[in-house]
Design a protein around this ligand. Structure first.
Ligand SMILES: Cc1cc2nc3c(=O)[nH]c(=O)nc-3n(C[C@H](O)[C@H](O)[C@H](O)COP(=O)(O)O)c2cc1C
Ligand SMILES: [Mn+2]
Length: 496
């Protein structure tokens, strides 16, 4: 069942030997990054770190900070209460393949899936742990009590030396479409400007930005609520590339097999999960923009200062024993690689529903999400690899994929060395590549103009006569099974 708090998850990591507690004071300015970066670069993603005494400009923060909590395949699965991420992929597949029942057994199976889906629907509750401490910034009678936190009291990181300031790095940003009332929860970083204002870095292609444009057009103030912590399923859902219009709260409920309990905010007309650690309530004012950045980004480079909307804080509510969740991004591999890989596993059944010939798909760490995609297919007809490339370039955030390499189904896309071997061996560069024009990731600094550019696809599959290849395609080397078994036995007798 679901985690009832972020601290539950941190305890579970601790019990599983996946957490390192850091009891001495460590500066939120750069030092936590350096420790976390070393951990994230350790084999398999190292451990999660709990900084019990983070300091802000030399002063102790009232809140501990947890980082790298999802930074390994095991911890990512643990965050979603799974033995392995593939279990969730199988559940997705069952739902996508659900057909009207033809027997008691299939009816029962469908009913069980129905129960899972039932949990997807959120429940409304009148209060929750996220309201244990309430600090309103507007209309607070009797002024502001000094022991209540502002943004400057949270252990918010300055991640890299040339960053423009401190950034909230794991915020779940809740907004509504003013026309349809549809909810969205996306992860968009927030630069701290002062105790009451931050940047709101929703990029042009993201749903928060689309909601924002509608408020700007209507000339209305846009309510925004940001949550930190709670069940880690929320954080995962906020980063998952769901199609626009698919509610992340429903998705989180489906993942955790328990309805998300939603509670009304104090100062804005939005609802947030009641069990989160912190809620930052506020608004974005139409037409107001401010320079955001530089920020040491997941591209491994600093993104430059660009204008983004400004978030004005109207209240902070939090758990009394809140833990501040954070991550850092930078030169891969980082924690977000494991989050991205989990997303790909979970959405593979959706890709396969659209393109049944897809066997597997991987975004290797070196490509930091959008730069490199390896996909294996069961090829049946000429130029099928190109159909897959174009199909992926047309699907949601896969539109950003800069290089797509298509290989045959006997190639393991999670083994970069194997894919590069196929790419080099199986392609005639001119014949087997294609360029297209498409939107680019807003963070990509390589295109001459931001957000637009070319993408390239490679067909590294075996070529067919129908593709103009009339020579006999050679056979890939493979050892006999019997010989392999014999050598395995020999070696195990030797104790090797
Ligand atoms: C650690 C992390 C930080 C991210 N920061 C941003 C960001 O600052 N701006 C942004 O537009 N997307 C950012 N993303 C990616 C979005 O969260 C992701 O594209 C998400 O699917 C967007 O949701 P949406 O389609 O509902 O807008 C980040 C992802 C991760 C894992
Ligand atoms: Mn969304």
């Amino acid at each position: 069942m679901a985690f009832s708090s972020f601290s539950d998850f941190v305890s579970a990591l601790d019990e599983a030997g996946e957490l390192r507690r850091i009891a001495f004071p460590v500066a939120t300015e750069l030092e936590i990054t350096e420790l976390a970066d070393r951990e994230m670069k350790a084999p398999g993603g190292g451990k999660a770190l709990l900084f019990e005494k983070p300091t802000i400009q030399g002063k102790p923060s009232s809140f501990p900070l947890a980082i790298n909590t999802m930074g390994s395949h095991r911890r990512m699965a643990m965050a979603l209460k799974l033995g392995a991420i593939d279990e969730l992929a199988q559940q997705m597949q069952l739902i996508l393949k659900a057909k009207p029942p033809t027997s008691m057994k299939s009816a029962w199976k469908l009913a069980m899936q129905g129960l899972d889906l039932l949990h997807a629907r959120p429940k409304r509750v009148s209060s929750g742990p996220c309201k244990e401490v309430i600090h309103r910034f507007e209309g607070a009678a009797g002024g502001v009590a000094s022991d209540l936190p502002t943004l400057l009291d949270l252990p918010i990181l300055q991640c890299w030396p040339k960053d423009g300031g401190r950034f909230v790095t794991l915020p779940n940003v809740h907004t509504r479409d003013p026309d349809t009332g549809e909810r969205n929860m996306g992860m968009y970083r927030m630069q701290i400007y002062d105790d009451r204002t931050t940047g709101m870095h929703w990029q042009v292609h993201k749903v928060g930005a689309r909601h924002g444009r509608r408020y700007y057009e209507r000339g209305e103030r846009m309510p925004v609520a940001v949550t930190l912590g709670g069940d880690p399923a929320y954080t995962f859902a906020a980063t998952a590339p769901l199609p626009d219009g698919l509610d992340e709260i429903l998705f989180a409920g489906f993942i955790r097999k328990k309805s998300v309990e939603l509670v009304k905010c104090e100062t804005v007309d939005l609802e947030v999960p009641a069990d989160v650690d912190f809620v930052l309530e506020g608004y974005v004012q139409p037409g107001e923009f401010r320079g955001e950045g530089p920020f040491g980004d997941h591209t491994g480079f600093y993104t430059p200062v660009e204008d983004y909307p400004v978030f004005h804080l109207t209240a902070i509510t939090h758990r009394r024993n809140a833990i501040y969740p954070a991550t850092i991004v930078g030169i891969p591999p980082m924690e977000d690689f494991y989050m991205g890989t989990a997303s790909v596993r979970v959405f593979l059944p959706v890709f396969q529903m659209n393109f049944p010939e897809i066997v597997d798909l991987a975004l290797p760490a070196e490509g930091v999400f959008h730069n490199l995609v390896f996909v294996s297919i069961r090829k049946q007809y000429p130029w099928q690899a190109y159909k897959i490339m174009h199909g992926l370039w047309g699907m949601g955030q896969m539109m950003f994929s800069k290089y797509i390499v298509v290989v045959d189904d006997d190639c393991d896309v999670h083994n970069t060395s194997e894919v590069l071997f196929r790419l080099c061996a199986n392609t005639d560069p001119q014949r087997d590549s294609t360029f297209i024009k498409n939107p680019c990731d807003a963070l990509d600094h390589a295109p001459s103009t931001a957000c637009i550019g070319s993408h390239m696809g490679f067909d590294a599959t075996k070529k067919l006569p129908g593709e103009g290849y009339h020579r006999p395609w050679p056979e890939l080397l493979k050892m006999d099974h019997a010989v392999k078994a014999k050598v395995d036995a020999l070696l195990s007798n030797l104790g090797a």
